[in-house]
Ligand binder design. Sequence first.
Ligand SMILES: *Cc1c(COP(=O)(O)O)cnc(C)c1O
Length: 460
Amino acid sequence: MTTSAATAVVVGGPGLPQRRELRTSIPGPRSLELQRRRVAVVPAGVSSVMPVYAAAAGGGVLVDVDGNSFIDLGSGIAVTSVGNAAPRVVADAAAQLARFTHTCAMITPYEGYVELAEALTAIAPGDHEKRAALFNTGSEAVENAVKIARYATGRAAVAVVDHAYHGRTNLTMALTAKNVPYKDGFGPFAPEVYRAPTSYPFRDGLDLDGAPIDGPAAAARTIAQLDRAVGASRLAALVIEPIQGEGGFIVPAPGFLPALAAWCRDHGIVFVADEVQTGIARTGAWFACDHEGVVPDLVTTAKGLGGGLPIAAVTGRADLMDAVHPGGLGGTYGGNPVACAAALAALRTVREENLIDRAVQIGAIALDRLRELQRSDPRIGDVRGRGAMIGIEFVHPGTHEPDPGLARRVAASAHQAGVIVLTCGTFGNVVRLLPPLTIPTDLLLEGLEVLAAALEEGRP
Ligand SMILES: *Cc1c(COP(=O)(O)O)cnc(C)c1O
């Protein structure tokens, strides 16, 4: 390891200079050298958005190994909501590291696991009695939610919707909608998964002369499809993201989720809210379900939960979760003590730094600026989101035809200018913003101006 004094950055967190600064071309020479080493030993299937290697991060910036400081509008995919290397997370995880790193909660448990389950059951929607089980990744949480629903109901079938993303394991690939890159060539997939239409306000009704489809009507369409294809009495669970993430930051029409939840309740179908991306303050509430008062039977969390450490949970109705026999749920690392300490510190950070309110403010600032851009740019078909989860959908002007090339060019140009943004969407035509909730306002505004300039650059 060689690091010159000029570029050495060893401590991240909010103390890092909060500025965008490019010292080399992007990627710089050290990143290029690491990339050369990487391609020799890491398979191409594990790819990266930017070939820029991280050295430190915190607040609203990420500093690379060449000393370039990027504005972070991605949070490592909605993970570092409390900021990277957040001080409480670092302190509490380090203290736990020094006490013990692992015992396996299935052998000799520890207080952190119980404390995190207490915290999750307290914040999850609804005032009914709840339980929480801890895992490592979002996919694992979703798989376990399905296991619990199947066991508790004695039914096999699982319903999901168009544009869904639930992970990359075998079962969660089956639940995920998009073929390339997530599923193509990786089958056969788990059986008994049934897909139905969702609510996508920007695109719904295009085949019906543009007649709008409101939330309850979209839910009726979803339910009719499931009734036809499966039958409610065979369904163990409906697994759904309250705001779709990878599928395109799709906010369903008001009334869609409540109608589906009511239908599930009436038919004994477990309503699983996959809040792996939306949960833990990201959308300006603890959970995206909270915005419409939807109370899921089970809710999955992961990304924003651990302050950057891998941890996930299924939280929900005690009667469902307690149905499973002892030993039926678990895993070697599930609820790792260091990750539990980090998650508890992340939840405390959300509270003590009022990050739920901050997510609301970030959403207002970003939506305001982006809608202003939209008014003079017909390539911006839709600007949408809740809190600090914001998407810009690009189309060919005057149509709803997706323009994935423009999304790619805008993102690439932002990267070159020192701003980390991600794309998403079934059609690949959405640029998404997921800044850390600790980003200073001036950096957020600067990041939005870089996006505006990237769009201007690409004007025909
Ligand atoms: C990221 C994501 C997952 C998968 O989580 P991993 O930790 O990558 O396994 C599942 N559901 C949703 C909604 C996600 O955004």
